[in-house]
Structure formats: C-alpha cells, structure tokens
Design a protein around this ligand. Structure first.
Ligand SMILES: [Zn+2]
Length: 498
C-alpha cells in the first residue's frame, strides 16, 4: 500500500501586508522539506502530519511525502509558491497511490484563488478520481464547497488553543484507513451560518465555544467518523469567511445532515456571545497596575492581540509596548517585536552594550490606512540568541521552531525580545530561548490572542487584553469588508442564519 502524505498550511489574512513567498513555508532556507527529511522532522511530533506518518507506518504502507509546507499566517500566498506546492502534491498522486492524507489549514487565499485548498483538492480529484482523500484542518478554516466535494473525510481541530492537532490527524487518517479496508463508506454533510465570530471570543476553554466543541466530540462518540465546527478566520475578506461545520458519517447521509445542522444551530444561537468588545488601551494599563497588586507575584499578562503574527500581524506595532513604557511598568518583559534590522544592530553592539535605535514599526498597513511607526528607545543589550528551539507543548509538541537571530533589549524596566522570524509566543520554549522567565516578572506582554494559553496560561496571575494597533484588530469597524457574503453577523446585527 502506498500513501501520499503532504502538508500545505497557511492562514491568510487578506488585510496583512506581510508577504508570503515560498521561503515562508520552509523550515530553513528557501525550500520546504520533503521525503525522508520531512518524515524524520515530523515523526513523533504533535502535528496532524505526524499522526499521518504514524498511521501509515503502523499499516506498513509506503509513504510518499512530496512536500511539508507550513507558513506562519500573513497576506495572500504568492501564486508561484502555491503552484509549486500544489504541483509537487499532484505529481506524487499522479505517480499512483492508494490514499492521500493532507495536513491543510483551510484558510489559504492565494493571489488567484480565494480557496487554495479547494483548488488543490479539485486538481487531485481530477488526477485520481477514485483514490480516498483525507484532510486534517485547522479550527480557523473558512470552508468552501469545493473542499468538501473533493475530499472523502474532513476532520478539524476541536480545541483552541490547538492542542489536538495530532488527534485530528488520527481522526481523518483512521477513517480513510477504514475506507481502504472496506470497513467504512464515508458520507459528508456541511454547511455554514452567516456569522463572523471574533477570534478573542473563540477559545474552546471558555463559553460559548467550549460547549459547541464538546458537542462535536459527543457526536463522534455517538458514531460520526468526524464532526467539526470551524469558528472560521474573520480577517479574510472572502465570500465564505466565518463559521461552518462538517460531519462525516459511515454511509448515513441523513444523520450527517442532522448532526451538522444541530452544530450549526447551536453556534448560531450563541452568536451574541462570540462578539468581542475591546477596552481602550489607557484603561487596560491602569487595570494591569491594579491587578498586579493581587496576583501573589504571578505576572499580569498584557495581550497585544491586535498584532498577533499567528493571525497575520506584522508583529512590529509599538502601541502597547509604548503604553507600557509610558506607564513606567517595572519588572516587565515583552515578547516580541519583529525587527531583523534591530537584531543586527544589537548583535553588532554585543551583550552589555547600550544603544539607541528605532524599534519596530517598519511595516506599513495599507488595509488600515496606517504607516509603520517605529519607537526610538535607548537600552542595554541583555542577551543574544540564535532563536532555535524545540516546542515543549502541549501545542505542536516536539516540532522545531526558529525565531531567527534574536536579542533582548532592556529599556526602562522592560526586557523586550526582538526576533527575526514571526513566532507567536504559545510555548515556554520561545521565552526560555531568550532567557525570559515569566515566573520572575510582574508584567508579561505577549503578542498573542488565544494560543498563548497553551504553554503559558498556567503562569498568568491575571490577563489584560490590550487594544493596540494591527491587522488582526478585534475592532471590525476599522476593516473594510467588501467580498464576504452579506449580510453577516455582527457586521449586520439582523443577518439571517443562512
Ligand atoms: Zn487556528
């Protein structure tokens, strides 16, 4: 038995000015991994592709792995990058195989296609109409009909922070293996609702998503091969952005439809609870100070959630960090500012050196009508690092991560991590690598929204969500939606469900 396993992951923020060339999909250098190197890289990790490798090896199948391409979220994918990745996967399938297992994100927009995944699956179906295709997807999938039409099994994460990537790979992969053995005949139902849940209200640790995801898991215990509710990724101005669901049953389309509608109705009824109301930044600073008096030494986490690189943020806006400096917060750390030039300057100066530089703000944000605004700071270089680490987990456990060369600049009472590749702080490894111990800090600024809770949530004494500046703003009023289907809640509060 021969199984093609491949990865093509990107969450596209159509408002993001951060480019997405092929090199962004690579671990190092310009080309994503492939073949034995990719198998060695992902075997045993907490990823969906890791689960596919595990299942294939248990089945003594021959694995063909044409490409493992995973880029941090950013603007629309360069068409040449997309075509290369898709072509590699199509060529491997054209050579002949018994099944295809794909680790996709499900919100890829390219220069030409609003539904990059649907287009890939359409091409694969054309090449191999009868070969079973199983797909693992992120909870932030913006689902299109083409994805469902051209795959046999789709399973998405049921947690946010995403700590079940591996389990999702198992759900999709096992159903495909059962199909190959003639033990299952998957049927799929899908649908969506006219709603754009705010990302800050999507965590599966809290209401309303906790109960919705619990119900999806219960439906699998009741017999579905896979049941998924996608909260969707709202920072993509494409027709099908927003909430959707897909349920796969064994030869029971009526039950698949019934369960799918139940999940969609549950989400629709909770739509008001998916609305997020930001707090003015100055109020957040005052609240952070107050809270710090009552956390028994545990840090107050300040979330710069408008500028999360794992939602396409430039990771270099300085509004929240600036407010912290102006508020004179002491014994604080900030992770991180993306600024390769600043890292170079600090590296040249060396540890212990004092220097003045224009930090961050190097990227304009045309979608918001904003220019990048660096902040002139004077500080001491505390630490230099190569930025390489292995993720401890629970999210993406065992995977390698690279922040590129990085440095810590101490300005006033704040240790500021400055990095050269976009990495969201969702793992303690990111902080350890630059020598920041969150347990010793009173304030910890993170450019993150929800994923930080995976590896850093346990350290927080309190959390303050800070409305800064950035292309993953939680204030929909600052974004120009032109292509998403309208009406849609909460852009139109009286939107109908379908
Ligand atoms: Zn996601």
């Amino acid at each position: 038995m021969r199984i093609v396993i491949a990865q093509m992951k990107h969450e596209t923020n159509t408002f993001s000015p951060v480019p997405t060339p092929l090199a962004r999909f690579a671990r190092a250098g310009d080309m994503p991994l492939a073949g034995g190197e990719a198998i060695a890289e992902y075997r045993g990790t907490g990823s969906a592709i890791g689960a596919f490798i595990e299942l294939a090896e248990q089945s003594q199948a021959e694995i063909v792995l044409p490409i493992a391409a995973n880029a941090p979220p950013s603007g629309p994918v360069d068409q040449t990058a997309y075509e290369l990745i898709a072509q590699r996967i199509c060529a491997a399938v054209a050579d002949g195989c018994d099944a295809v297992l794909l680790d996709l994100h499900g919100a890829m927009v390219t220069e030409r296609f609003d539904d990059g995944e649907g287009e890939l699956l359409r091409r694969l179906r054309e090449i191999a109409p009868k070969v079973p295709i199983g797909v693992a997807l992120d909870m932030h999938t913006n689902l299109f009909g083409a994805m469902v039409e051209h795959a046999d099994v789709l399973a998405g994460y049921q947690t946010y922070p995403h700590v079940d990537m591996h389990g999702t790979g198992l759900r999709a992969g096992r159903a495909i293996l059962a199909m190959l053995r003639g033990q299952a005949r998957p049927t799929v139902a899908w649908g969506n609702r006219r709603m754009l849940p705010h990302v800050m209200r999507q965590s599966s640790l809290d209401a309303p998503n906790r109960a919705i995801q619990a119900r999806a898991r219960a439906i699998e215990r009741e017999g579905a091969l896979a049941a998924t509710v996608f909260v969707g990724f709202p920072h993509a101005d494409i027709e099908n952005a927003g909430l959707s669901a897909v349920v796969v049953t064994d030869a029971d389309p009526v039950q698949a439809r019934r369960w799918c509608d139940e999940l969609l109705d549950m989400a629709w009824h909770a739509r008001a609870d998916f609305v997020y109301r930001p707090e003015p930044l100055q109020a957040s600073m005052a609240r952070a100070r107050e809270l710090a008096a009552h956390t028994q030494g545990a840090p107050v986490v300040l979330l710069d959630h408008y500028d999360n690189c794992a939602s396409g943020g430039t990771m270099d806006t300085m509004a929240v960090l600036g407010a912290m400096l102006e508020a004179g917060l002491e014994n604080a750390a900030a992770f991180a500012v993306f600024d390769p030039d600043a890292v170079q300057a600090m590296t040249a100066a060396g540890e212990g050196a004092e220097l003045t530089l224009d930090l961050g703000g190097k990227t304009d944000m045309p979608a918001l009508g904003l220019r990048g605004e660096p902040r002139r700071v004077t500080g001491t270089v505390r630490r230099l690092s190569d930025g390489e680490f292995r993720i401890e987990g629970p999210m993406a456990r065992g995977e390698r991560a690279s922040m590129g060369p990085c440095a810590v600049l101490e300005v006033g009472g704040i240790e500021i991590a400055v990095i050269s590749r976009h990495v969201e702080p969702f793992d303690i490894g990111a902080l350890k690598t630059v020598g920041i111990d969150p347990r010793c800090k009173r304030f910890l600024m993170l450019k993150s929204r929800v994923h930080w809770r995976a590896g850093l949530g346990a350290y927080a004494g309190a959390v303050v969500e800070c409305a800064g500046v950035g292309v993953c703003t939680s204030d929909y009023a600052t974004l120009r939606f032109e292509r998403v289907r309208r009406p849609i809640f909460p852009l139109e509060l009286d939107a109908p469900p379908v």
